[in-house]
Write a protein that binds this ligand. Structure first.
Ligand code: GLC
Length: 574
């Protein structure tokens, strides 16, 4: 669970994007594509903007803020699931893949949202939860009704009169047990996530066909991309062999990249992706670089990109290993330099806030470190994903009581730890730092009641610091985190070197500074980032005396070239 809370822990008004993409299509990973040039803004709909005062964000709320989204300079939006759902896992438990969750609005609202985004040159990537459905999905209701139901094989069942099924770890279950007994048919069903999230049986071609039809339904509506939730876990060895004792401590190698996963993705590509101009990204990149290449290399005809957790998982309550951080990003860049494509992200709805995890959330350094981290995300090769609120440097929630938390796996794990006599103070400290709820507090729009998120009672408490950190306060301040973020997106769109350019790590052994160059044709940039709270010297060997500063998070640089705490500078070299 700990591991997963960390590990679960998505595009252009660019001139290029509007142009014919087909003219650019060839097979190599280095070719130009709109989704490579995308800057993805992830919106957590439940917490973004509530239009009707019920305390839950909704589609009309997002529609009301389309001009704000456009003003950020992003060119794609990834929306967390908005389909009908009983909300056991905030929409990651889908009960009808062709309808909109009541809390969020109607299909008419969705159509308006999509139109509004497209009118502003912004693409829409939808989240597809295809490893599992809700137990309230009609398929599951039918499936559990009888052993002879035509839907029985849409899920994984194990008849209870057989020898007990081998243990499978559930990431979200209060007992960590992925087999749930159901008396209706005297059988167990499999759920890698919660009991209300039964795993779909991808081995069944009928199920696969239904899913592809659903995916086409949304593509026909005009969406621009698919984020495949937890898909690396979808393929199973249905004989459910025994795994070594204790495998749950490091379960990903046992659950990811199961038999035929690539066959399913190739089939999905053929049936769906190949018919539309869509971006495709998987959550999880397998167990090694070869797995990752096999998922995303263009000639494989599977996906465009995946996102790996290697770097994001480094952040722990105690801090993170900066040298590993640099090493991880550098290694991933080199492995994907010629073939395939990367996602660049350090935050999502599954992790606590970026500024708490990789920056410094103290009032002194919060804005500086947030700007520095955004500089990193927007100057690396790969498609960057920015989680809503990070453009304002929103921080962790500061929840201290278990009753403040809403996240189902957090609450189930609390119960599990309690049942097993764990040190609960220690557990509370851990979730205070790393619970997913930290990133799910309402978006801080202004200093009014509930941060302007809702006129009602928010489903989760508003961050205590909303009067200091909010969009309205930052809007007219030229030095704000928000306005700095806008400069970064403009820069990335102006210079293709930041998207496609060669990345070279400099001053590798520097324990405070991340220094690198990005270069394409006649354009070369030097990026200097101080990840520490002290002054540090960069030894890049590059003369910056006649270089031009294109963006910096301090108004003045030190005369001797040292970098100030959390300083970020982008130089254009001549
Ligand atoms: C993914 C989602 C996460 C969800 C889980 C189960 O990891 O990002 O939010 O809880 O899958 O669907």
């Amino acid at each position: 669970m700990k591991k997963y809370l960390c590990s679960i822990t998505l595009l252009l008004t660019f001139v290029l994007i509007g142009k014919s993409q087909t003219s650019l299509v060839t097979k190599k990973g280095t070719d130009k594509k709109w989704w490579k040039e995308a800057i993805v803004y992830q919106i957590y709909p439940r917490s973004f903007k509530d239009s009707d005062g019920d305390g839950v964000g909704d589609l009309k709320g997002i529609i009301s803020q389309l001009d704000y989204i456009k003003s950020l300079g992003v060119n794609a939006v990834w929306l967390n699931p908005i389909y009908s759902s009983p909300n056991d896992d905030n929409g990651y438990d889908v009960s009808d893949y062709r309808n909109i969750m009541k809390d969020f609005g109607t299909m008419a609202d969705f159509d308006l949202l999509l139109k509004g985004l497209h009118q502003r040159g912004i693409k829409l990537v939808m989240d597809f939860v295809l490893n599992h459905s809700s137990d309230e999905h009609e398929w599951f209701k039918q499936s559990k009704s009888s052993r002879t139901s035509p839907y029985r094989d849409y899920y994984h069942w194990w008849d209870a009169e057989r020898v007990k099924p081998n243990y499978r770890y559930s990431l979200f279950d209060v007992n960590h047990d992925a087999w749930k007994y159901d008396s209706t048919t005297n059988s167990f069903y499999l759920h890698y996530f919660s009991r209300k999230q039964p795993d779909l049986n991808w081995e069944n071609p009928k199920l696969r066909k239904e899913i592809y039809d659903i995916m086409k339904f949304w593509a026909d509506k005009g969406i621009d991309g698919y984020r495949l939730d937890a898909f690396q876990f979808a393929a199973k060895d249905t004989s459910f062999p025994a795994f070594p004792k204790g495998f749950e401590k490091n379960f990903v190698p046992y659950y990811a990249m199961g038999p035929h996963l690539h066959d399913y993705l190739k089939e999905m590509n053929q049936e769906v992706f190949s018919k539309y101009d869509v971006m495709t990204v998987a959550e999880g990149a397998g167990n090694n670089f070869q797995d990752a290449h096999d998922l995303v290399d263009a000639d494989r005809m599977e996906l465009n990109m995946a996102y790996a957790f290697d770097a994001i998982d480094l952040a722990k309550m105690e801090g993170y290993d900066f040298m590993k951080f640099k090493g991880t990003f550098t290694k991933w860049d080199s492995v994907f330099e010629k073939e395939g494509w990367l996602s660049i992200f350090l935050a999502s709805h599954d992790q606590a806030r970026i500024v708490n995890r990789f920056g410094n959330a103290s009032p002194e350094y919060r804005d500086l470190s947030s700007k520095m981290l955004s500089t990193f995300l927007l100057t690396m090769r790969g498609t960057p994903y920015i989680y809503n609120g990070d453009e304002l440097a929103m921080t962790n929630a500061g929840f201290q009581k278990i009753s403040d938390f809403r996240d189902m796996p957090t609450l189930n794990e609390y119960q599990y730890q309690l049942n097993h006599g764990a040190d609960m103070d220690k557990f509370m400290k851990r979730i205070e730092f790393e619970s997913r709820d930290n990133a799910r507090t309402p978006f801080q729009w202004d200093a009014s009641k509930n941060a302007g998120f809702s006129t009602g009672n928010p489903w989760i408490q508003v961050g205590a610091n909303y009067k200091a950190i909010n969009r309205a306060a930052q809007e007219n301040d030229p030095q704000s985190v928000l306005n700095y973020f806008r400069k970064l997106t403009a820069l990335r769109k102006k210079y293709p070197a930041f998207v496609y350019g060669k990345y070279t790590l400099l001053d590798k052994s520097n324990t405070a500074i991340y220094a690198y160059t990005r270069e394409l044709n006649d354009k070369k940039f030097l990026v200097l980032l101080n990840f520490s709270d002290h002054i540090a010297k960069a030894n890049t060997g590059i003369k910056i005396s006649n270089a031009e500063i294109v963006l910096a998070n301090y108004s003045k640089q030190l005369n001797n070239g040292d970098l100030q705490p959390y300083e970020a500078v982008i130089y254009q070299l001549r």
